[in-house]
Design a protein around this ligand. Structure first.
Ligand code: DAH
Length: 345
């Protein structure tokens, strides 16, 4: 009996089954009515008491081991069958494919803008989205009664305070924070989210993104500004792009200008995207007003600079000819999937 017990133990040790049917066959072979372990119990009954003492425990241990092994094989085979019928160890099974997401078109364009200016030595600067009146308006030379300071345009967090907290309406506030911290030469690009109390439509949204640029050094001129914007426009919209600058007004720049780029769709001939004009407006800019430099502790007799600001969604709309701004906020997968293959600069 001793040898038989050992033989069965070693067989159990090596036993492998890949299907539930094979497990059942093994169970019958060892534990069934006519099984090998059952047969040992029948033989055991005929033993004299001293032999029973010798083999009783060993035989019980064998039975327990056989039951445990069959249970283990049974659960392995069940798992394998729910996974498609192969063995749990089938390493040739193909893995589950993960569906990769892609970057949002607004993120792609924001990154492209930042990368273009980074090549020209600009570094990225950031500021808070919840700002105060001083950094958004006062230090940027907005007169106290300017309409942008009205509740109708600005979301206030705490009104009625001499320097109320508000959601920044433009990233020009980051100019002020940068000038407070850095000494010229300053060359920064400031991407960020901005908030305006506007009704949502195809052309306006209450949350959108801007990129602000600021360059301050000795002897910076309007010609430098024009060159920087021309280089940007050609990288963003194509090497044959032209720009034109129209006189404008911003409290924080003097002189100020709005910039148009030649329409990249009709090549200046006139189409419905450029409304027949051949030009598309892309940003505001100008020479930093000396009042703004002085407010942040920069010597306006020694230094001059330029600034510009553009809406990321607007650049993205022009680049990809999207005619409704709301597409960028609704996250409809059919829209987002169109940008899966959009490349970055
Ligand atoms: N902050 C302006 C806006 O939100 C955009 C802008 C215009 C920024 C002219 C500038 C600038 O830096 O010089 O409409």
């Amino acid at each position: 009996m001793k040898e038989t017990i050992e033989k069965i133990l070693s067989e159990l040790n090596d036993l492998k089954c890949s299907t539930e049917k094979e497990v059942e066959e093994a169970r019958i072979k060892y534990l069934g009515k006519k099984g090998e372990v059952t047969a040992l119990f029948d033989e055991f009954k005929t033993y004299a008491p001293e032999l029973k003492r010798e083999f009783g425990q060993k035989l019980n241990a064998l039975k327990q081991q056989a039951i445990a092994k069959i249970e283990e094989l049974k659960s392995q085979a069940a798992t394998a069958s729910t996974q498609g019928g192969g063995s749990a160890e089938d390493l040739s099974m193909p893995g589950d494919a993960f569906k990769l997401g892609s970057r949002h078109p607004v993120s792609i364009v924001r990154q492209q803008i930042v990368d273009i200016f980074r090549k020209y030595g600009y570094t990225v600067a950031e500021g808070p989205e919840i700002e105060d009146d001083y950094h958004v308006f006062e230090a940027l030379n907005f007169p106290p009664n300017h309409p942008a300071r009205d509740m109708q345009d600005t979301f206030f967090v705490s009104a009625g305070h001499p320097n109320p907290l508000l959601l920044r309406t433009h990233t020009s506030s980051v100019q002020v924070r940068t000038m407070e911290k850095m000494k010229p030469p300053i060359r920064v690009i400031c991407p960020g989210r901005v908030f305006r109390n506007e009704a949502i439509s195809a052309r306006a949204h209450c949350i959108f993104h801007q990129v602000e640029g600021l360059y301050i050094d000795e002897g910076v001129t309007f010609a430098d500004l024009k060159q920087a914007i021309l280089l940007f426009a050609r990288e963003m919209f194509g090497a044959d792009s032209q720009i034109r600058m129209r006189p404008s007004y911003f409290p924080f720049t003097e002189p100020s200008s709005e910039v148009d780029v030649s329409c990249n769709i009709c090549k200046g001939k006139g189409c419905n995207i450029c409304k027949g004009t051949g030009w598309l407006e892309i940003m505001g800019c100008g020479m930093v007003d000396p009042n703004v430099l002085r407010a942040s502790g920069i010597d306006s007799r020694k230094y001059s600079g330029f600034a510009f600001g553009m809406g990321v969604e607007r650049i993205a709309m022009l680049k990809w000819q999207v005619n409704d701004l709301r597409h960028y906020f609704e996250n409809d997968l059919r829209f987002l999937q169109e940008f899966e293959t959009a490349t970055e600069v």
